[in-house]
Write a protein of this length. Sequence first.
Length: 94
Amino acid sequence: MALSLTDGAIVWVANLPKYNDPEDRKGIIRWMGPVMGSGKLVLAGSNGDILTVNATDGKLLSQNKTKQKFSFAPIIAGGTLYLLSDGGTLLAYR
């Protein structure tokens, strides 16, 4: 959800996947973040997905599946996106 700086009105709402198996409603996905860089929001999921969302309109720009699982919010430093997996693997993207 994005809110207007001027009046606090809702600008957009993005519905993120809630379950690994939406049909049976099993495998709840927890989303960490977002972190913002270059006008994009990045979220890491407990299911290993990394989502990139347009910060202006909330549209999904990309969904990357990894073999990792995440319980920590991503961070951006020095132009690099860092994600620490539950297994201790540090992923870095430029």
